[in-house]
Design a binder for this molecule. Sequence first.
Ligand SMILES: [Zn+2]
Ligand SMILES: [Zn+2]
Length: 776
Amino acid sequence: MPSDQLISALSADTEGMRHLRRVPPRRSAHTDWPEWVPEEVRRALADNGIVQLWPHQAEAATRAYEGGDVVVATGTASGKSLAYLLPVLTEAANGSEGRSLYLAPTKALAADQARAVGEFDAPGLIPAIVDGDTPYEHRRWAQRFANLVFSNPDLVHHSILPRHRFWRSFLSNLKYVVVDECHIYRGVFGAHVALTLRRLLRLAEHYGSSPTVIAASATAADPAASLSTLTGRPAAQVTVDASPSPGASIALWEPETYEIEGEPQKASTLSETARMLAQLTRRGIRTLAFVPSRRGAEIVAAEARSRLGADPKADRIAAYRAGYLREHRRDLEADLREGRLLGVATTNALELGIDVTGLDAVILCGYPGRLASFWQQVGRAGRGETEALAIMLAKDDPLDTYLVHHPEAIFDKPVEASVCDPSNPYVLAGHLCLAAEELPLRESDLDKIPGSREVAEQLCEQKLLRRRPGGRYYWVGSERPEVTLRGSGPMGVDIAETSTGRLIGTVDAAASHRLVHRGALYLHQGESYVVDELDLDDGIALVHAAKPPWTTSAQEITHLEILSTREHREMGEVTMCLGEVEVTSAVISYQRRRIPGGEVIDTQALDLPPQTLKTVAVWWTVAPEAMPGISDLPGALHAAEHASIGLLPLIATCDRWDIGGLSTAAHPDTELPTVFVYDGHPGGAGFAEQAFRKWTDWLGATKGAIEACECKAGCPSCIQSPKCGNGNEPLDKTGSVRILDLVLAADDGEPPVVLHAATPVPAATEADEDLWPGDF
Ligand SMILES: [Zn+2]
Ligand SMILES: [Zn+2]
């Protein structure tokens, strides 16, 4: 069915559609097989229908075959895997000793790739999956015999590198390291993976090999530079996509607005997503809906199912997310691939290259936070001849509202580069310890990472490393330091049924206080459960199935202490600072709210221990005498804080859940009205720093968004925040614009004063909500 008809089917008068962009179809170009690919490999591929190559595949494969690191960064479904498979299969077919290591950011993707490769009858190839589920004997077998190992960076970090002596023959013959979906490795997580890869390459070199790195990435700015950051070595890039595409219609949509007591109200984005998912499924259109939270994915699937009522297609709608058991996820993937499922509401867990061909449409429940993710999600639809349909529904927040009214900010802007900083001392310290434990550090190892010598010296002072005459650093700590690549890890808290002990899912430790506290309503695959008990010591939440007429929301209190100021700008009555802070927060109670309606039924106290976070913050203060006319100062500051958190993703590649904020009319450390915005990751993740560097752009856009909003006293599109621990009280819309005006007017264009450099603390974590590898 053409997209136009689909779009009008979604809404009688397409009232909510703000913009429609057509991406024209692209014709493919073909090229000959590179002459170095042996006949047996061509035959094996031809048996699977691959008889021709696109130029980008041949170019990237040949560069790798010739020994140069290369990244191929083209669209979804452009056959990137062939770029690495050609050299890997050739190595195996030639009967050489060379071995290859394939790394994916998730276990599901590695399994999917292994499944696809298993379909080739490739001569000489001995593939094996090695992940956290692989039994010991299979690992031993893979160490000795496999010449293509499918794994993930977490397993390299936690298992291969610490036990490198067992992997000696594998490492000494390592010929290719494949880094798939490498754009995922950004921010703090990216820095961890970069240092893990460098540790891997260092040990490979120690054992006498010099592997070539072949990477695949979504479309991104400067992919070669991103790969170089990950490996510390030069790399080439291939970015011209020669695969065919049927084209797409991409609609930007705002949920319908209706008035309550003169105030415009928007329909919930989740409900709109469910409505569209149900309508498309009813027509037999295979649709994926991307929903930003696990809980949201559950709600959308359940609501879409119930909208279809007795229609048998209702049974062909499901939710998909991390936290499900492994077997369950594999079943869902197969059902989706083979068309048994028609509509799936998913978190970003399905954003990556898991093969789900044959989708007609995607719905984005809100802007996914980055253009790279936006295009990746949009690209999941339309692999056949028919034009694909993609719809982005704006969430009720300042950024999404801004974007649907400024489509040029999506369609005419280059995709952001995936940036990470392996010299981040917070991350580096732990990896230097691990590297030294694996094999003493040489001066030349430290030369490769700026700032690493200073960090190594500090580790010596902490008696973790010792520098011996001759310049080598030895690990002298007592226990191998704990470094996790993705934060608290997937093995946070198990959720199990009280009566039977049946395991239902998992939730990570940091989020468990909010999601599975005693009394919380927890949703799983459309079923709802009430939590009987949260046992943090044992890492388990016990639940029972129930369908109460209410939902729950956790209430949090937050306390913030300034540890040190790194840089500041003093501009008369306004001061802008960047520095280290300690944030202590505690979930103290929860409210039960009636369904539907949302009125508060009651508030129940909770007794959970506080969680602390040492991180980096940007903060600004204004002298009270500069704002005599503002009656509700706390409300004005609070409103400015919320809106500025909402707009930060415009200048830093984060989403609002990566950052937190706090505002107060008198902070004990500054003794002034102060607004803090901090990175939600231990050790910081660079977002607050970007806000500090571009503070006029940031606060200028914030002020613009508040002013442009048509509401009277504030709404979720401008100053209300979905994650406010204070129930969005107090808020003052007009006051916030006046304060921001004042702050912006103070800009004197002078550079900041640097008080001290970043101080290393061996801790750091970050993770995308759902891009866990499972339990690696
Ligand atoms: Zn508003
Ligand atoms: Zn708030």
